[in-house]
Design a protein around this ligand. Structure first.
Ligand SMILES: [Zn+2]
Length: 503
C-alpha cells in the first residue's frame, strides 16, 4: 500500500506499526530513530532522560539521535521545563511539527480530488480541491496532479516530507493500483504517473493547476531545465510519492491520529463504495492479493437489492446513501453553496425526493419478496454528473475544499423495521469477521454523515444477536471522529510511516 518506501519490507502484505522496544544489536539505526520519534509524537515533549527511559536506549544513543534529528529539522528544543524542583531543570524536546509538511491527496470521492498540506501532527495548513466531473482514466490523474501542484506552490519555507495518496481500489505496496472500478483503472502505476505530471507542471514553470495547458510545453531547452532544477519546486517534483487504499489509510489514521489501538481494529468506510481497513496485532493487513478489507461485496441479505457487481444483497447495497438517506453528493451541494446554479438546486430537491421514494420502495419491495412477490425494482439514483449536465456550468477550478466538503445534511429518519434489517444484515457480514479476528474496535468512517446513532445502535444490536457475549463485551462499536479528513490524515500517516517509521 505504499510507494517506494520500506513500510512493507520484510513482511510482504503487511506492515509492523509503531516500534515499542529498542532495536536488537544488528538492527538498524532507522528503528531507533523511529522509536525516538514515536515516543515524542505520542508522549512528548520529553527530556533526554525521559526519552532514554521510555525507549530503553542509552543516554549516549539518545543524545546522538536527538542531535541528528534536530539537524534534520524533525525535532525541536523547547528549552527548560517550568518546574519547581531543586536542581537544574531538564531541557525538553518535541517533534518539530511545523518544520516539515506532507502533501496529501484523497481520491476516494469520485466527484472531486481533494488535497491538503499537513504538519507532522496532522494539522492542516492549506487545502486545494478540484471537481472531477465523473472523470475516468488519465483525466483523473490530471486533476490529481493539478491539486498536488497547487499545494506544492504553497509549501513555503517548510520542508516537504513526501506525498501521500488515498486511492480507491486494490493497491499494491509499490503504489500500483491494480484495479479501481469507478475510475476504470487497471494496473495504474500511480506514483510514476503522478510524478511525470508533477514534473511537467512544476518544472515547466506553469502555475499549479494549469496542468492541462502544460502538456504542450513539457519540452524545455537544457538551460531552462537547469534553471528550473535549482528552484525549490524541483525538489518538490521529486518528493517520494506513497499510495494506499483509502479504507486502509483511514484505519491507519485512526491509529496514528485518533488514539485507537492496532491490536484488533476494523474501520469500515462508507464512501462511494464500501471497504474496510484492518489492523491486527500491530500489522495493517493487506493480504496476498492486497485486497484485504474488500468487504463491500460480501452478501449481506439473501435476495436483496441489485448491486453494481451484478449480484444481489451485497453489504454495499445495505450501507449506502440510498438506503440510509441524507448525505447528498458533495458536488451538488457545493453548487448550491457557491450559488453556481440555482436550477441544479431545484433539480437536487427532486433528487432528494426520489431517494425518499427509493427508501420506501425498498421496504415494500422486500415485503413483496418475503411474500413470494416478484423482483424489486427501483429507479436509478440520478448522479451528480447528471445534475451538472443540466446546468452546463462546471464548478470553477480550484474551488476551496471547504466549500466542496461541507457537512452532510442529517440522514433520514428510518423506521424501526428498516433499522433492524440494516443492523441484522450488516452484522451478518461484520460479525464473522469480528469473531474470526477477535476484534476490539469496530469503527465506521462516515464522511457523508449517513450513520446516525440509531443506525449504529441497530448494528450493535445485530452484532449482539450473533456474537458470543465475551466477544461482544470486548468490542467497541463507534463512529470515527476524524470526519471528512480521515483519508487525508491516513495519507499523511502513510508518509509518516514510510519516511520516519512513525505511526
Ligand atoms: Zn456487489
Amino acid at each position: 500500500m505504499s510507494g517506494d518506501g520500506a513500510l512493507h519490507q520484510g513482511r510482504p502484505g503487511g506492515a509492523w506499526l509503531r516500534p515499542t522496544a529498542k532495536a536488537h544489536p544488528g538492527h538498524s539505526r532507522t528503528h531507533n530513530r523511529a522509536l525516538v520519534l514515536s515516543s515524542l509524537f505520542h508522549a512528548g515533549p520529553l527530556s533526554r532522560a525521559e526519552l532514554a527511559r521510555s525507549t530503553g536506549l542509552t543516554r549516549v544513543t539518545i543524545s546522538d539521535l536527538v542531535a541528528e534529528l534536530h539537524l534534520e529539522g524533525l525535532i525541536a528544543e523547547l528549552g527548560a521545563r517550568a518546574e519547581a524542583r531543586v536542581g537544574k531543570p531538564a531541557n525538553l524536546i518535541d517533534i518539530n511539527s511545523d518544520g516539515h509538511v506532507i502533501a496529501v491527496l484523497d481520491l476516494s470521492d469520485i466527484s472531486q480530488a481533494r488535497g491538503a498540506l499537513m504538519t507532522l501532527r496532522g494539522d492542516i495548513r492549506a487545502r486545494a480541491a478540484r471537481p472531477t466531473g465523473g472523470a475516468t482514466g488519465e483525466a483523473v490523474l490530471d486533476h490529481a496532479a493539478a491539486v498536488l501542484a497547487s499545494l506544492m506552490d504553497q509549501v513555503g519555507e517548510a520542508r516537504l516530507l513526501g506525498v501521500g495518496v488515498a486511492a480507491p481500489g486494490v493497491v499494491r505496496p509499490d503504489g500500483l493500483v491494480i484495479y479501481a472500478k469507478d475510475y476504470e483503472w487497471h494496473q495504474v502505476a500511480l506514483p510514476s504517473l503522478l510524478r511525470d505530471r508533477l514534473r511537467r507542471s512544476l518544472l515547466g514553470g506553469l502555475p499549479g493547476g494549469a496542468l492541462a495547458g502544460s502538456r504542450g510545453v513539457s519540452r524545455q531547452r537544457p538551460d531552462q531545465a537547469e534553471a528550473a532544477a535549482e528552484a525549490p519546486t524541483a525538489a518538490a517534483a521529486e518528493t517520494p510519492i506513497f499510495v494506499g487504499n483509502d479504507a486502509n489509510l483511514r484505519a491507519l489514521a485512526e491509529f496514528t491520529f485518533a488514539g485507537a489501538g492496532a491490536q484488533g481494529l476494523m474501520e469500515v468506510s462508507l464512501t462511494d463504495g464500501l471497504g474496510a481497513g484492518i489492523l491486527l496485532d500491530g500489522v495493517l493487513l493487506l493480504g496476498p492479493s492486497y485486497a484485504a478489507g474488500e468487504i463491500g461485496h460480501i452478501p449481506a441479505m439473501a435476495g436483496g437489492e441489485p448491486c453494481t457487481c451484478g449480484r444481489r444483497g451485497c453489504l454495499e447495497t445495505v450501507l449506502n446513501r440510498r438506503v440510509l438517506g441524507g448525505g447528498e453528493p458533495a458536488q451538488t451541494q457545493a453548487r448550491q453553496e457557491t450559488g453556481v446554479d440555482a436550477q441544479a438546486a431545484d433539480d437536487h430537491k427532486l433528487v432528494a425526493g426520489d431517494w425518499g421514494e427509493v427508501a420506501r420502495h425498498h421496504q415494500s419491495a422486500d415485503a413483496g419478496l418475503a411474500a413470494g412477490g416478484g423482483e424489486p425494482t427501483r429507479p436509478e439514483r440520478p448522479s451528480a454528473d447528471a445534475a451538472l449536465a443540466v446546468s452546463g456550468q462546471p464548478i470553477p477550478p480550484e474551488t476551496p475544499a471547504a466549500t466542496l466538503v461541507a457537512a452532510a445534511p442529517p440522514a433520514a429518519t428510518l423506521e424501526a423495521a428498516t433499522l433492524a434489517r440494516i443492523g441484522e444484515s450488516t452484522a451478518a457480514v461484520l460479525g464473522p469477521i469480528v469473531s474470526a479476528f477477535n476484534l476490539s474496535d469496530l469503527v465506521f468512517a462516515d464522511p457523508r454523515g449517513l450513520v446516525t446513532p440509531e443506525v449504529l445502535a441497530a448494528i450493535r444490536s445485530g452484532l449482539e444477536a450473533r456474537l458470543l457475549p465475551q466477544i461482544m463485551a470486548d468490542l467497541d462499536v463507534r463512529l470515527s471522529k476524524l470526519g471528512a479528513d480521515a483519508a487525508l490524515l491516513g495519507a499523511g500517516s502513510l508518509v509518516l510511516a514510510e519516511r520516519l517509521g512513525l505511526s
